[in-house]
Design a binder for this molecule. Structure first.
Ligand code: SAM
Length: 314
């Protein structure tokens, strides 16, 4: 991590060249970046657009929206929307963009500024208030949720969204610990988890999966992703590209399944010379999943688990 990243305001975009190639940018095209973050991908898209091009960027985090630099705010080709990718269809409807997008990008998960600010509560490194909401103006923060959740539900969340094999032990330890005193800080939670599981031979911090699971659950991340993927069929114009970067297998599995199913001819018509228009698959796959090079991972460790998948609307 470089000094700028440490300042909590910088995010290095991952797989930048592959994303720009995957989007196959048309200079006069209309693009949507569903996960603006700090605009690393958005700025590169804008470089490829001429005056007739357009980019609508979305982020659910008010801090990301507030961090849009004046140069971008002044750019007539650019618009930032505070919103969720689950509502991407509505955002497109309001702008008369159904079926008109030439490219759609989702770079999922949290940004470096979100992770690096201890007060956002996303990280077990450092110590801050346990919040973990990407949009802190809505929903329940992690500390309040942990104070009230039943042990069984907690175990299920850790299993389903963290694939945590010690889910039972961790849920039990959290429930026991909160009976002593409330769990309000990231350090408290990290310590409780570390003490509950065997730590021998682990490369990752023992609380990695617990933090991931609670974050994914509280931000409804997988459901948001499903809705956004479904909407992409309607949003993209013919030839328009869908690019999705995921950071863990739960996300990538969904993206892979969606793209595979949406690019497959229906069983009943497979192998036939002509398929009725309304039975043709909406997408074709563009290449295989791409991962970051060793050089990129060295320069930006966040890129290690990134996986880009691209599909084209046909
Ligand atoms: C990995 S970062 C994106 C970084 C960005 N591509 C860049 O280069 O700066 C993910 C961003 O998407 C936002 N985000 C995640 N899930 C979202 C959702 N369901 N709806 C809207 N924004 C979301 C997060 O708040 C975060 O700012």
């Amino acid at each position: 991590m470089n000094a700028e990243q440490g300042s909590g305001s910088h995010h290095t975009p991952v797989l930048l060249r592959a994303v720009i190639a995957g989007l196959n940018i048309q200079p006069a095209g209309c693009y949507m970046d569903g996960t603006f973050g700090r605009g690393g991908h958005s700025r590169e898209i804008l470089k490829k657009l001429h005056a007739g091009g357009r980019l609508i960027a979305i982020d659910r985090d008010p801090e990301a929206v507030a961090a849009v630099v004046p140069e971008l705010k002044r750019d007539p080709r650019f618009e930032i929307v505070k919103g969720e990718i689950a509502n991407i269809r509505q955002i497109a409807v309001e702008r008369n963009l159904i079926g008109k997008l030439d490219g759609l990008l989702f770079d999922l998960g949290v940004s470096s500024p979100q992770l690096d600010d201890p007060e956002r509560g996303f990280s077990f490194r450092g110590d801050g208030l346990l919040d973990m909401r990407m949009d802190p103006t809505t929903g329940t923060g992690a500390a309040d949720w942990l104070a009230a959740v039943g042990e069984k539900e907690l175990r299920q969340v850790l299993l389903r969204f963290g694939e945590e094999r010690f889910a039972g032990r961790i849920a039990k330890a959290i429930v026991a610990a909160r009976a002593e005193r409330p769990i309000r800080r990231t350090r408290d939670l990290a310590d409780i988890v570390a003490a509950a599981v065997p730590s021998r031979g682990q490369r990752k911090h023992p609380a990695t999966k617990t933090f991931q699971a609670i974050r994914i659950f509280l931000n409804d991340e997988l459901h948001q992703l499903d809705l956004a993927l479904q909407a992409s069929v309607e949003l993209l114009a013919k030839g328009g590209r869908l690019c999705v970067i995921s950071f863990h297998s739960l996300e990538d599995r969904r993206v892979k399944r969606f793209m595979r199913n949406a690019s497959r001819e229906p069983e009943a018509y497979r192998g036939l010379p002509r398929i009725p228009e309304n039975q043709r698959p909406p997408f074709r796959l563009v290449g295989k999943a791409q991962t970051a090079s060793e050089d990129e991972v060295r320069a930006n460790p966040r890129a290690r688990s990134a996986r880009l998948r691209v599909a084209e609307r046909v």
